[in-house]
Design a protein around this ligand. Structure first.
Ligand code: GRG
Length: 297
């Protein structure tokens, strides 16, 4: 598959199909929970994290079925973070992925619980031995450990807390870096790092893909900050201008739009240079990195 759009569609389709088969009702008593989880998971979304995972994995291996539980896990965990982020206690948003937010449809209690269940579902997917027969035990444990680190109080939750604490305060570049690296880059980094962990045991490669993910993750959030200022609600699928309204600490508030764009471009160039040892095998990863700076939504 040489075309980026074909690759993104392929990754989205296989991940969604796997998710549809594995995100199923547990009991008729809790059908509202399953419905609410599925509502947000299947509300759209670019499925960028699964695509990054496949592209990283494909540098070393072609057996894509081995990636599916991990790709599904990162997507459900990401969806949990969006549901919780949209809650009245956090960003209080009513639009996500172009649709009413989870709590607007199911109420706050179910939205909180759907988020909780999607977070734990991610760990179920990557630890259930029936799904992961092709992966070594060491790699499986490492994949579980990395997800707990990058999604919790040393990763995404840390970034979210620092983000909330920084609202309406004067933030410096170190704080904005901390927020972005944890809130956003952590899961993107997990995607590229896990692609390597489950396909190679070479630490140099794993670290290289970790650093690649960190760079593009930071660039992704910088572009997100810029889009929040210059984009359109219909294109973005969520309300624009909310960062300024909420007094958020962002790259454009510190550096301005032009310098922020330049920083994002530099991060992407540095990330692409990390892929040089892989020659053509990392072309798709390179394409996705370039797409991040060009994206409109
Ligand atoms: C609630 C613990 C907790 C964390 C929330 C994800 C998040 C952290 C906040 C959401 C707001 C935000 C700007 C997050 C940064 C990450 C980000 C840009 C998410 C959107 O990711 P996309 O663009 O979304 O990949 P889709 O819908 O395409 O999957």
């Amino acid at each position: 598959m040489s075309n980026l759009n074909d690759f993104l569609s392929y990754c989205a389709n296989v991940t969604e199909e796997w998710l549809s088969n594995n995100l199923v009702e547990f009991s008729p008593y809790t059908s509202i929970l399953t419905e609410s989880m599925r509502y947000s998971v299947f509300a759209g979304g670019k499925r960028l994290r699964p695509a990054l995972m496949f592209a990283s994995y494909n540098i070393f291996s072609e057996n894509n079925s081995a990636v599916l539980p991990y790709a599904a896990a990162i997507e459900v965990l990401h969806t949990y973070s969006l549901i919780h982020d949209d809650l009245p206690a956090m960003d209080n948003d009513d639009l996500r992925r172009g649709k009413p937010t989870n709590h607007k449809v199911y109420g706050e209690a179910i939205a909180i619980l759907a988020g909780d269940a999607l977070l734990t579902k991610a760990f179920e997917f990557i630890s259930d031995l029936k799904y992961n027969k092709d992966i070594s035990s060491d790699a499986k444990i490492r994949a579980i450990y990395e997800l707990s680190l990058l999604s919790g109080d040393k990763g995404m939750v840390a970034g979210q807390v620092a983000d909330i604490e920084a609202e309406n305060k004067v933030a410096d570049n170190l704080l904005v870096d901390f927020i972005h690296l944890n809130k956003t880059a952590a899961l993107i980094r997990y995607s590229t790092k896990i692609g390597a962990i489950i396909s190679t045991n070479n630490d140099e490669d794993i670290n290289r893909l970790d650093k690649f993910g960190k760079n593009i993750g930071l660039a992704f959030q910088i572009i997100d900050d810029i889009l929040d200022i210059i984009s359109d609600t219909n294109i973005l699928g969520k309300n624009v201008g909310s960062d300024i309204e909420k007094g958020k600490a962002t790259f454009p508030t510190i550096y301005g739009i032009e310098k922020s764009k330049k920083i994002a471009d530099e991060l992407i160039t540095e990330a692409i240079d990390l892929l040089l040892p892989y020659n053509g095998k990392a072309d798709m990863l390179k394409e996705i990195a370039l797409y991040i700076t060009k994206r409109q939504s």
